[in-house]
Unconditional design. Structure first.
Length: 306
C-alpha cells in the first residue's frame, strides 16, 4: 500500500537522504512475506533494502546534494527502508557515488551486481582464461555475472536461462554460448547440453539451485567450483559423492550479509566504475513510486522513482 507519512527525521548518528531510485528486489519480497530467514518483520514498515539518492543535509564530510547509494535493514530488523521519498541511513551504510553515475542503473544493479562480482572473485576465485557457466542468466544477478565474468578475465562465458528473450539478451551482453532450460529437463539431459555448449567448466555462478545446479555440477572440471547464492529453481539439488570426490569439486555458499560495509562499498564502486565504462548494464523498468503497489510483484527488475 502506498501511503502518506511524515518525512523521517535522522536520529543521532544518522543522515537524511532524498531518494531518487529504489529497486524492488527478491529480498524485499521475501522479507515482506515473512518467509525470509530473518523471520516475520515488525509492521508497519517501509520496505526497500537498498536505494540511491542525494544527501538532504550536509554531513561533516560531504555537502548536501552528494549522490549516494545506501543499504537498509528494512524487513530484517525494525526500521524503514528505501521505498519512500526520504530515508534516514547510518553513515556506514552509505557509498558516495562518482560523478556521472546513473542513479536508476546503479539502483537496478545494486546488491545483485555486488553478489555477482563477489561470487566470481572473492568466493569463486576466478582465474584469467577460465570458463564460467552462469545459471539463471535472465535475472539481474545472472545478467551482471555474464558481463563481470568477462571483466574479471574469464576466457569463455556460457549462459543458461528459461526464455528466448533472456537468452537473446545474454548474447547481447557477451555470452559465448547459451543453453535453454526446458521444462522437461532432468539433471542428466541438461548436463549433456551444458557440456556440449561449455566444455569442461571451471566456475558455476548459481542463483537458482535445483535441477540446473545438479546439472551444472556435472560439467565441472577437476578442482571446479560451484557458488550458490539463491534457490529460484528449488531449495535442494543432488550432489553425487563420486562426482565430488573424483574431481575434487568445491560447492560454496555465498550471501551479501557476510560482507563488511567496507567490502560491500568497494564491490559496489567496482561495479559502478564498469557501468560508467559501458561494460556492465542490466534490464530494468522505471516505475513511479506512486505505482509501487501495482508493480510489487511485476516480473523483472523494477526501479521505483519519484
Amino acid at each position: 500500500m502506498v501511503a502518506v507519512r511524515p518525512d523521517p527525521e535522522p536520529g543521532p548518528g544518522e543522515v537524511a537522504v532524498s531518494v531518487t531510485a529504489a529497486p524492488i528486489t527478491p529480498l524485499d519480497l521475501l522479507c515482506a512475506s515473512g518467509t525470509s530467514y530473518f523471520g516475520v518483520p515488525s509492521t508497519p514498515y517501509v520496505p526497500g533494502v537498498q536505494g540511491v539518492g542525494v544527501l538532504t543535509r550536509p554531513t561533516p564530510t560531504h555537502p548536501a546534494g552528494t549522490p549516494v547509494w545506501f543499504a537498509t535493514t528494512a524487513g530484517m530488523r525494525p526500521g524503514d527502508g528505501s521505498m519512500a521519498e526520504h530515508a534516514v541511513v547510518a553513515p556506514a551504510d552509505l557509498v558516495v557515488l562518482p560523478p556521472g553515475a546513473d542513479h536508476t542503473l546503479v539502483a537496478a544493479l545494486g546488491l545483485s551486481a555486488v553478489a555477482a562480482w563477489m561470487c566470481l572473485t572473492a568466493t569463486g576465485r576466478l582465474a584469467p582464461g577460465e570458463t564460467v557457466l552462469v545459471l539463471g542468466a535472465g535475472g539481474v544477478v545472472g545478467q551482471a555475472a555474464l558481463q563481470l565474468a568477462r571483466v574479471a578475465g574469464a576466457g569463455h562465458v556460457v549462459a543458461c536461462a528459461r526464455s528466448d528473450a533472456a537468452l537473446e539478451r545474454a548474447v547481447r551482453l557477451g555470452a559465448d554460448r547459451v543453453v535453454r532450460l526446458e521444462e522437461e529437463d532432468d539433471a542428466g539431459s541438461l548436463a549433456r547440453r551444458l557440456g556440449e555448449a561449455a566444455g569442461p567448466v571451471d566456475l558455476v555462478v548459481d542463483p537458482v539451485c535445483g535441477i540446473p545446479a545438479a546439472a551444472a555440477l556435472r560439467t565441472l572440471r577437476q578442482g571446479g567450483r560451484l557458488v550458490n547464492l539463491g534457490s529460484a529453481a528449488g531449495e535442494e539439488f543432488a550432489v553425487p559423492s563420486a562426482v565430488l570426490r573424483s574431481r575434487s569439486l568445491r560447492v560454496l555458499g555465498y550471501t551479501n550479509n557476510d560482507l563488511t560495509a567496507d567490502q560491500r562499498g568497494e564491490a559496489l564502486l567496482t561495479v559502478v566504475a564498469h557501468a560508467l565504462a559501458g561494460e556492465v548494464t542490466v534490464g530494468y523498468e522505471r516505475v513511479p513510486l506512486a505505482d509501487a503497489a501495482e508493480a510489487w510483484t511485476r516480473p523483472g527488475r523494477v526501479v521505483l522513482v519519484p
